[in-house]
Design a protein around this ligand. Structure first.
Ligand code: FAD
Length: 512
């Protein structure tokens, strides 16, 4: 069997990558040793950036229909509600999706899988990677299929989306350094009879533990996530559900009635990342490359963005337009830096939520619940928090594909294209094509640039828009300017120099 890309693993990362390859018209094979998509709820928090990505392939609304917007959180101390934060519109004017969406991973994976099947592709289930080799021209993977037969798949590239234990990572000889948290985490999807209403998440602010309840679809259905204290010395798999329930009742200080347990799991949390996201023609994405605490609901969303970053780079190489070594190395450069930042943020967030440190513990229980509601209504706080949590603030400003050429714009090369409306429509509606986009904003004093045919014009769309005052304000522009966007809608360059030569300089220096 021959193909362009072989994807190992059909969890959320592999499935989302497959959807992107469909979008770019790239042939692929995707295998997974499991029988089908996960039946479990696992990752429930879907961030705005993921929805922006899905909007381009018509899946954002499907996900929203299956889930619920996380509208507010109540903070509970000693069994009593002490404060409330509204965040259903936390990211208003920053994204078309100004919220966190709660939807079970099982439903999420099904939506991606349905998209793949609707495009005449399928996952080869019950098919396991056994080994692979690579040379300068491609990769050969040996797999065992559902009938127990051994097959060879030849591809130009291989992507290991094969989870935290990643056989691909091991075979590539990459390291996965970091730490394992002493504390055991638990997760339980349950039905509860209690007095707290189902319209909000409930964070129980404890002295030295994490405990949060998230409303799930269905009356009385909740996801509980918590930790055992450090002295709880059991191994994963040795913990009975009854021990979890005792812990929940003790920590909530409530006599709540858990009437049904749909699913529970205990696990040790690691915080680790690879030393490199690629070796030759083989890449890693998702949990195979980075794992961390579930604080902040970042893991699955990050894996989906890894694939989004990689897909267009593979596309330009397969179309013979870009220098393979130069552009594919930027995948490692951009996503490794992001993974390192992510681990720091999630560790910090977890510490704030559960650290036994005396000061943090006091602040968490006796200060935060009383000020949080007001704090989260302040614009500056929203502008600080939302881009970080929603992943819209991830930037590649220091990457080699970003070129801040001239002018003192507020939006820099390497930033995600900001969200705004123009002539009554979201700017993103114009940017759905999986292509490079050259946007020129005119103040009436320039002529459009005359772009002659070059190697890239067939991969590009051109947009001309008036420089409305609101747009000038967002970009910090005083006169006409151009924005050249990569296919993942990150700014490649932004310049007041409106000329074909400016574009050609970028293309030859950065991509070819
Ligand atoms: C309780 C909990 C809550 C979480 N909540 C969130 C959240 O709210 N938001 C968020 O963003 N993240 C969350 N996460 C993290 C999220 O679940 C993971 O980051 C995500 O599942 C990783 O997806 P993945 O596709 O990279 O890996 P996986 O989901 O692990 O998928 C890897 C796949 O590779 C397959 N595979 C492995 N080896 C082979 C092989 N040799 N051959 C073929 N196939 C193979 C496996 O069968 C598997 O299907 C949570 C995690 C947990 C445990």
């Amino acid at each position: 069997m021959k193909t362009d890309v072989i994807i190992i693993g059909a969890g959320p990362t592999g499935l989302a990558l497959a959807c992107q390859l469909i979008r770019y018209g790239i042939d692929f094979v995707i295998i997974d040793k499991k029988e089908t998509t996960t039946p479990h709820s696992k990752a429930i928090g879907v961030q705005a950036r993921t929805l922006e990505i899905y909007e381009q392939i018509g899946l954002a609304n499907k996900l929203i229909e299956q889930g619920a917007i996380a509208a507010k959180a109540r903070m509970v101390v000693g069994g009593e509600v002490r404060g409330e934060i509204e965040f259903g519109e936390l990211g208003k004017d920053m994204s078309p999706y100004p919220f966190v969406l709660i939807v079970e991973q099982g439903k999420h994976e099904t939506i991606l899988y349905d998209f793949i099947k609707a495009n005449d592709k399928d996952v080869s289930w019950q098919t396991e990677l056994e080994s692979f080799t690579q040379d300068e021209t491609g990769v050969k993977a040996t797999v065992k299929n559902a009938n127990g037969e051994t097959e060879t798949i030849e591809a130009k590239f291989l992507v290991g989306c094969d989870g935290a234990k990643s056989p691909v990572r091991h075979a590539l000889g990459l390291t996965f350094e970091g730490i394992t948290f002493e504390r055991m985490f638990y997760v339980a999807d349950v039905q509860i009879d209690w007095n707290f209403s189902h319209d909000a998440g409930h964070a129980f602010l404890l002295k030295n533990n994490l405990l949060a309840f998230f409303p799930m679809t269905g009356d009385g259905q909740w996801r509980i996530v918590g930790t055992f204290p450090e002295e709880f010395a059991k191994e994963e798999g040795d913990v009975l559900y009854e021990e979890i329930e005792v812990r929940i009742k003790r920590d909530t200080e409530l006599d709540l009635d858990i009437t049904k347990v749909n699913w529970f799991s205990t696990y040790k949390v690691h915080t680790r990342h690879v030393n490199k996201f690629s070796v030759g023609r083989c890449f890693l994405a998702g949990d195979s490359a980075h794992i961390h605490t579930p604080a902040g609901a970042q893991g699955m969303n990050t894996g989906i963005q890894d694939g989004y970053n990689l897909a267009w780079k593979i596309w330009t190489v397969l179309r013979g337009k870009a220098d393979a070594v130069k552009i594919l190395e930027t995948y490692n450069e951009e996503r490794l830096e992001n993974a390192k930042n992510l681990l720091e943020t999630t560790d910090r967030f977890f510490n704030m939520a559960a650290s036994p440190d005396v000061f943090l513990s006091y602040f968490r229980r006796y200060v935060f619940p009383y000020v949080a509601g007001v704090a989260f209504s302040i614009d500056a706080v929203k502008k600080f928090v939302f881009p970080r949590v929603s992943q819209i603030g991830i930037n590649y400003r220091h990457g080699s594909l970003s070129e801040n050429a001239d002018g003192n714009f507020k939006v820099k090369a390497g930033d995600r294209m900001p969200y705004f409306s123009v002539e009554g429509e979201s700017i993103y509606d114009r940017l759905r094509q999986p292509k490079f986009h050259l946007l020129t904003f005119f103040d009436g004093n320039n002529n459009p640039p005359e772009i002659s045919e070059n190697d890239f014009t067939e991969l590009m769309d051109f947009h001309s828009l008036p420089l409305y005052p609101a747009i000038a304000e967002i970009f910090g522009a005083k006169k006409s300017f151009v924005v050249f966007l990569r296919p993942d809608n990150y700014v490649a360059f932004i310049s007041a120099q409106i000329s074909a030569a400016r574009l050609e300089k970028y293309l030859t220096e950065k991509l070819q």
